[in-house]
Design a protein around this ligand. Structure first.
Ligand code: ADP
Length: 400
């Protein structure tokens, strides 16, 4: 028994993958969308089989019912029965200070996730719904949660404290948590493997650049700093999130626009970033097309975003007192050579001998080095695989 089901539940969506841990192959995967709203849809892909259909899903229980129905279907399914699934791994966003690693789900763990809802009001309730739905359908199958924040729990106070009265940290748990931990953990381990060196010896800056983006300083395999903070809003400019701001802008802007708390939150999370700067789209592909067509505002939006990322590379090299590798991952990091090129431009002084020409034509979807042979510090594209980390942690904790 080596098959692990990975569930990533959002408030109205649920992504799933069934992975065979003997050879780490993905047997089936898919996405349930618009759960509990109008026209819900579900997709299923297993080998050559692809299904996409409307499905009556009022809640996450219904969605899990469809997922298990697909997986065990006599014709297109990949398992004979649910007992072939050894464990379920759930992605959870916020583990607060309570979880520094993945955990087997017990009622106590569920209570703790519930107690952290205040810190992740959009995400943790969805995780709880996803777990409860799976527990109902598979009451005897062990389950694990893998937290986005856990990898960053090694940060020292100098990295996680804000310059606020210390009581705010003590009373309200206001501190830097960081996110995308599974991705930073995975790509930093992979680059160490590529370099053929123990991760304990390496200083790595990992750049997870997707719709949401974060940079992480990984020293000796441990996160020592990261750009996202109390929430995923802090750090570099993202698809629709502003990233770092002078905090005084918040009240100024709210006053100018007549915004309340919710509206300003929505503005900074949904209307800003690359979307707001370019006035075109949150998708880097659209902004790139506009920039190539001569749109100066689009060009500036991209350049501003890349400049912010470059500053983190320098800051984290200074924080770690050295640098061995820079890694690019996620949608933008893996597919947008222009942003990578801007970030790595003129970093020879740091020891990065970047091959700009090769970067522009580097093949996609594989682990690839972007620096010239002999470069003191290497730069890499490492495709991320958060589902595989979740499956591996789950299998390690309860599959063997
Ligand atoms: P998420 O944070 O939602 O997991 P992803 O890591 O999937 O996001 O990244 C999605 C983003 O990647 C898209 O919004 C788009 O901006 C960017 N992207 C994907 N493909 C390309 C491409 N070929 N060129 C530039 N950007 C791309």
């Amino acid at each position: 028994m080596s098959k692990v089901l990975v569930i990533n539940a959002g408030s109205s969506s649920l992504k799933y993958q069934l992975i065979d841990m003997t050879d780490r192959s993905v047997l089936a995967k898919g996405l349930a969308e618009r759960i509990g709203i109008d026209s819900p849809k579900i997709s299923y892909k297993a080998g050559e089989t692809k299904v996409e259909k409307d499905a009556d899903m009022k809640n996450h229980d219904d969605a899990i019912g469809f997922v298990l129905g697909f997986l065990t279907d006599p014709e297109i399914g990949v398992v004979k029965g649910m007992d072939e699934i050894v464990a379920v791994g759930h992605r959870a966003v916020h583990g607060g200070e309570k979880f520094n690693k993945s955990a087997i789900i017990t009622e106590e763990v569920m209570d703790t996730i519930e107690s952290l809802i205040e810190l992740a009001p959009l995400h943790n309730p969805a995780v709880i719904m996803g777990i409860r739905a799976c527990q109902k359908a598979m009451p005897t199958t062990p389950m694990v949660t893998v937290f986005d924040t856990a990898f960053h729990q090694t940060m020292p106070p100098i990295a996680y404290l804000y310059g606020l009265p210390y009581e705010d940290y003590q009373e309200y748990a206001i501190r830097r948590y960081g996110f995308h931990g599974t991705s930073h953990r995975y790509v930093s381990a992979r680059v160490a493997a590529q370099l053929g060196r123990p991760i304990e010896e390496l200083k790595i800056v990992t750049c997870h650049l997707g719709n949401g983006s974060s940079i992480c300083a990984v020293d000796g395999g441990k996160s020592v700093d990261t750009s996202m903070g109390f929430t995923p809003l802090e750090g570099v400019i993202m698809g629709t999130r502003s990233g770092n701001l002078d905090p005084a802008i918040v009240s100024y802007l709210a006053a100018k626009k007549g915004f309340g708390f919710k509206e300003i939150d929505n503005y900074l999370n949904k209307k800003s970033g690359i979307l707001g700067l370019s006035g075109i789209s949150s998708d880097f592909r659209d902004v790139e097309a506009a920039a190539i067509a001569g749109d100066e505002r689009a060009n500036t939006a991209r350049a501003t975003c890349a400049y912010g990322i470059k500053k983190y590379v320098g800051a984290y090299a200074a924080a770690m007192g050295g640098l061995d590798a820079v890694v690019f991952t996620a949608g933008v990091g893996e597919n947008d050579p222009y942003i990578r090129g801007l970030v790595c431009k003129n970093l020879q002084f740091l020891g990065i001998d970047f091959d700009a020409e090769f970067n522009m034509k580097a093949p996609r979807g594989q682990e690839i080095c972007l620096t010239r042979p002999g470069s003191k510090v290497s730069a890499w594209v490492i495709p991320t695989d958060e589902e595989m980390v979740i499956a591996q942690d789950t299998y390690d904790l309860c599959g063997k």
